[in-house]
Ligand binder design. Sequence first.
Ligand code: ADP
Ligand code: ZN
Length: 437
Amino acid sequence: MSYQYWSPELETMSRSDLEALQLARLREAVGWALRTTFYRERLAGVGIRESGDIASLADLRRIPYTTKQDLREGFPYGFLSVPREDVVRLHASSGTTGTPTTIYFSRDDIRRWTDNVARCIYGTGCNRSDVFQNMISYGLFTGGLGFHAGGEEVGMLVIPSGSGNTTRQFRLMRDFGTTVVHATPSFLLHVESRMKEEGVSRESIKLRKAFAGAEPYSEDTRRRIEELLKIDVYNSYGLSEMNGPGVAFECQAKDGLHLWEDRYIGEIINPDTLEPVAEGETGELVLTCLCREATPLLRYRTRDLSGFYTGPCACGRTHRRLRRITGRTDDMLIINGVNVFPSQIEEVVMAMKEVGNNYLIVIEKEGVLDRLTVKVEVGTNIFMDDTRPLNALRDKIRSTIQASITINPRVELHEGGSLPVSEGKAKRVMDNRPRDV
Ligand code: ADP
Ligand code: ZN
């Protein structure tokens, strides 16, 4: 395979050159940060008063972590480090886990972010001949405008379709010959389920690629989308605190997500001890943004769980690769004392061919115990009135989940298309247990 690079020099630069660039940019980012009261006080506490106090990359570890809570406390302008007049845009996180947080961009910040997204898109083999339908919500959420700008930068024809409304999405695909889409993996599965109902044949659309992100999904889910829609799916990772999309992305080797280390410094820490984990181990991803002057963030705790692959990538890029993000530290469910990540259940159900494209995890209190129910849509190859195969499937799902998480769930089978779908990030867990007071 021949790989194409958007910025060949930056993407394939030697590790020592990359580290020298990181150090220069870290100093610059510390300089930006020192313009805010928050960082001036935080950094003074560890003896950093000017950017020159960062002598080497190892000095990064002197800097205290910044948390989502810090960002919330600084709302609305606490982290703004340029005059208000120099800000040309703001974005906010979607607030999956609480109050939203706001990020400000200067004109240069937007330019750098756009370049990051263009680098990701181009690295999957897209070019000016592509028609790109951005099936994700526009607005405060960064996925819409971020991918939109990156797509235009590459020179593709960008259709700002937004999310939802599959009928209109199919019409746009057919009318304009869409070749690439961007969506959440759950919306892509929904699109696939709707195709037959809306009478859309695979031959009538030219789709060949999708960027899927904004929420965790398993390798089996990727494979499922690729096989059902007959397209190539690339994992896209980002968060509004780090601009949005364009932080880490899969290349055509599809073997981990390159973290763009000229623009971000990544660390993996143990979320309990806050110490770095051993090379290659899983932990919480901590990111330092080297490319945003208007809202600098140093050693930001993302709460996302991942780890670095060690070793070079077949594509020739030198930027380290993150493993598929399996979820957040705060996604973890404790069910009868057992720690369970929703992704463990997804891995089981999405690997089964008899299972349809949607599922839901429900936890309730039954007496003193927690009760886990997994609701699963069945595939189109299974008939709801044929009890024998249904019972067998139910047993198979139950025993495979139990083997994976040690908890014996109740399994409910539902007809395809009957479980709730969300147009943005999927809500797959309903924890109905009363909260402790
Ligand atoms: P919110 O924190 O409110 O969801 P964002 O819209 O900024 O706000 O979402 C960023 C978060 O989405 C990330 O921190 C991560 O948890 C999740 N996410 C984004 N892309 C991926 C991906 N490819 N795989 C797994 N999780 C992802
Ligand atoms: Zn690669």
